[in-house]
Design a protein around this ligand. Structure first.
Ligand SMILES: C[S@@+](CC[C@H](N)C(=O)[O-])C[C@H]1O[C@@H](n2cnc3c(N)ncnc32)[C@H](O)[C@@H]1O
Length: 236
């Protein structure tokens, strides 16, 4: 699970041990400015490990971390569940660079990181999604943000929440969604809450898609007119 780059007995190797829940030890892989954001923006080690176990129990094989930050969730979860693949998509390039460096140092093969808007990703390539309230930063008041290098607006919040909602509705039955501090929006009613437990400073909630959405989605073609798509009908 942890290949040669982390020396045995170091605080990092201890942090990745299945019994360790020490965030300070894990965060030591990150630069000081990133560590300072950890308690607010990155999933705690114990929560990430438990989330990985719930995702595996739900039958997940390929998990998208929607807004991966510096990769803390995906790295801890990938180390805990080597049989699952984790992909983290993050809008801030500098955070992805930090995540990739950490991944390399930890020697974790089953986690990958990409720069981009996660709401525009190919969600059909995944059977499970992890959300740590990724879009809420758009509506935080008082400047409590990671930085101001990306658009942070109420209209962006609405757009991202709507895109995630559409993608979750279009996903096949059996798709799993795991939330920590919520998904930033509402999980569509075609998903059932299958498990809920206290974790870290909030709840881990596991949702599984059980039925077709039955809602017509509205798609806008670039430069063209909007047209409605019956996604359920298109899949048949
Ligand atoms: C609360 S942090 C969670 C980080 C990581 N998932 C974890 O749990 O350790 C949310 C992250 O989502 C990112 N984010 C928000 N909206 C995004 C979007 N539309 N596409 C990609 N990343 C996004 C933010 O930049 C931030 O790094």
């Amino acid at each position: 699970m942890v290949a040669g780059r982390v020396s045995p007995g170091s605080s990092l190797s201890i942090a990745l041990d299945a019994s360790c829940t020490d965030d300070h030890a894990f965060d030591s892989i990150y630069p000081a400015a990133i560590r300072a954001l950890s308690s607010r923006f990155w999933t705690p080690v114990e929560v990430a490990r438990r989330a990985a176990s719930l995702l595996r129990q739900a039958g997940a094989r390929r998990v998208l971390d929607v807004g991966a930050g510096v990769g803390k969730f995906a790295l801890v979860a990938a180390a805990a569940m080597p049989e699952l693949q984790f992909v983290g998509i993050e809008q801030r390039k500098q955070l992805v660079e930090v995540a990739r460096r950490a991944r390399q140092r930890l020697g974790i093969a089953n986690a990958r990181f990409r720069v981009g808007d996660a709401t525009l990703a190919a969600w059909h390539a995944y059977d499970a999604f992890y959300f740590f309230n990724p879009f809420a930063e758009n509506v935080f008041c008082g400047g409590e943000c990671i930085d101001n290098r990306v658009e942070l607006t109420e209209s962006r919040f609405v757009r991202d929440v709507m895109r995630a909602d559409h993608a979750l509705r279009a996903a096949p039955n059996g798709t799993a969604v795991l939330t920590y501090h919520g998904s930033s929006g509402r999980i569509p009613s075609c998903y059932d809450l299958s498990h809920s437990e206290r974790a870290g400073s909030d709840w881990l909630q596991l949702w599984v898609k059980r039925r077709d959405s039955g809602r017509r989605l509205f798609a806008v073609e670039p430069g063209g007119k909007g047209r409605s798509l019956d996604v359920a009908a298109r899949r048949r």
